[in-house]
Design a protein around this ligand. Sequence first.
Ligand code: NAP
Length: 207
Amino acid sequence: MRQTLRLGIMGGTFDPIHYGHLVTAEEALAQFDLERVVFMPTGRPVAKSHQRVTSAEERFLMTVIATAPNRDFEVSRLEIDRPGATYTVDTLEDLHREHPDAELFFITGADAVWEILTWKEPERVASLCRFIAATRPGYDLSRFMESRNGRLVEEKVEFMEVPALAISSTDIRRRVADRRPIRYLVPEAVAAYVHKRHLYAGGAEGV
Ligand code: NAP
């Protein structure tokens, strides 16, 4: 019988969530033998304080709609309910308190992991989890190894190529603004929600 709970935490803004995210989580589940993946929509992303971000509640709802059919996926309100700016270190501390014996795998895009040394308390973050950094095909990994975060990356980051990450939230927002289709890029119910709530219709860069 397995001793340690292996828990995936899928961190992202999810503005909106798309099939690239869902494939990433499913692939991480299988490749790293995770018990489940908890999607963690960011509350107030610090790195995006100068950008327009859809409300946390709308992003949370779209994440719930998208993940509902998968029994191995859950969605957490932890970050959107925590007051103040969202820091991953606080989230990992909370999860560590809740599951002291679990092994935490923080799954996100490689470009976000690249910035890790700019995050709040990066060493503490790295002590609380392993990273699964999802890359699009053709992504250049050499910069990670050559950079000053090389040691941290070597010890703590696993890279996972996800062809479906050719889909991006930025492209989806632009498509909606340009009245182009998003069908087959996001789950049908998410597309319906985006149109019903008139999300992204007001401008191509509604991050
Ligand atoms: P981002 O800069 O919006 O995204 C960077 C790249 O990664 C984009 O190409 C994005 O594609 C992709 N990506 C983002 N989340 C992904 C996921 N879960 N799976 C696969 N690809 C993903 O990143 P972000 O959303 O702001 O931040 C990502 C995570 O890092 C969040 O959990 C955030 O809280 C955390 N973070 C923490 C700190 C801190 O603690 N100081 C600072 C920065 C980020 P799409 O646009 O298509 O998603």
